[in-house]
Ligand binder design. Structure first.
Ligand code: FES
Length: 346
């Protein structure tokens, strides 16, 4: 390849690996650099976006308190609305800060190119002094001191942005921690002594022992639980997994020998680590897996923990069949469901 020599400057190309420094393209001023009105408009736009961020963060916090999730209503309507308002407010609050900062940088900050020559990584005294001077110049370029309104807006947006995260957290920490609620579930027989049928979740259909084939897994809740005035709270505690094994695979203690029916066993679905729903069943190994932190429970061995951070086995629901072959709970769980820390008094 032929390299053309040029007489444009003293940087004449003499070796293939050398080239003329093209330099920086000429600086093109933005509209706002020359027109004070355009500059003011840009400032107002940045201000407006920060204001949207502030309002969105406030809306998120207000939504948390104004739209209480009411499990007694028996519907997910409020839960969805609350989640949407908190989520949209939180998202807009963060997005507003990002968009406003970008617009501010592009339209109001100094846009002159700066060239940093290569140098040793460890700077000498003079370089470090230059860096400090450049930083201070950057702060001056951000023109925050000259724009008190923007200063207030950015301060307000940054101060409010963490609150949508913190308020629900603090609110929930101060919630109702009556641990006795975890010691009783909707599987307890009614006042008249009627035992509770096992039903499919969410279709609320009673389950016959004959339809639970070996290797199958059923998600189960107490029959007619959707009619309970406190449906969601009760369901959160009472959900159960039903599995049928070859009875010879079951390692049952004498005490629990009567808790299963012909190889069918029922365990609480609430992980004993921190309460995620255990929903994965490995048919080959007979292991139940919690997707949150991989706690693994052995269904053949009273759902004891074989891996992961869970501290104790899944509580077992003693079951039986009625005269028509429907599965029914003998009584409530013998121990509190869920993480062990729920059992602690505060
Ligand atoms: S909640 Fe199940 S392993 Fe953590």
């Amino acid at each position: 390849m032929t390299i053309e020599h040029t007489d444009r400057s003293t940087d004449v190309v003499e070796h293939p690996e050398q080239f003329t420094n093209p330099g920086l393209p000429p600086h093109r001023p933005r509209l706002g650099d020359e027109d004070p009105k355009a500059n003011k408009l840009s400032e107002r736009i940045v201000l407006a976006i920060f204001t949207v961020s502030v309002l969105a963060s406030i809306a998120s916090i207000v939504g948390y308190f104004a739209i209480p999730v009411d499990p007694e209503a028996g519907s997910m309507g409020n839960t969805r609305l609350s989640t949407i308002v908190i989520g949209v407010g939180l998202g807009l609050g963060m997005l507003g800060i990002g968009v406003a900062a970008i617009h501010w940088a592009k339209s109001l900050m100094n846009d002159h190119d700066k060239v940093e020559e290569r140098h040793e990584i460890a700077g000498d005294e003079e370089t470090r002094g230059t860096a400090v001077e450049m930083f201070n110049e950057g702060v001056r370029d951000a023109s925050i001191a000259r724009r008190p309104l923007l200063k207030g807006a950015v301060g307000g947006a940054l101060a409010l942005a963490p609150l949508p995260f913190l308020v629900p957290l603090i609110g929930n920490l101060g919630g109702d921690w009556d641990v006795s609620r975890f010691k009783r579930t909707a599987w307890a027989p009614g006042d008249n002594g009627d035992r509770v049928y096992l039903a499919t979740d969410p279709t609320n259909r009673r389950i016959k022992a004959a339809e639970v084939t070996v290797g199958s897994l059923f998600h189960v809740m107490p029959w007619n639980l959707p009619e309970h005035p406190n449906y969601l709270d009760e369901k959160a505690k009472a959900v159960v997994l039903l599995v049928r094994l070859d009875p010879q695979d079951l390692k049952e203690t004498e005490e629990r020998a009567s808790w299963s029916y012909d190889g069918i066993v029922a365990y609480s679905k609430i992980c004993t680590h921190v309460g995620c729903p255990v929903a994965l069943y490995e048919r080959e190994t007979h292991h139940l897996l919690c997707p949150c932190h991989q706690s693994t429970f052995d269904v053949t061995d009273e759902a004891k923990v074989v891996f992961g951070p869970a501290g104790r086995a899944l509580p077992q629901l003693p079951i039986d069949v009625d005269e028509n072959g429907y599965l029914v709970a003998q009584r409530d769980f013998d121990e509190p469901i869920g993480p062990s820390f729920w059992e602690r008094e505060r």
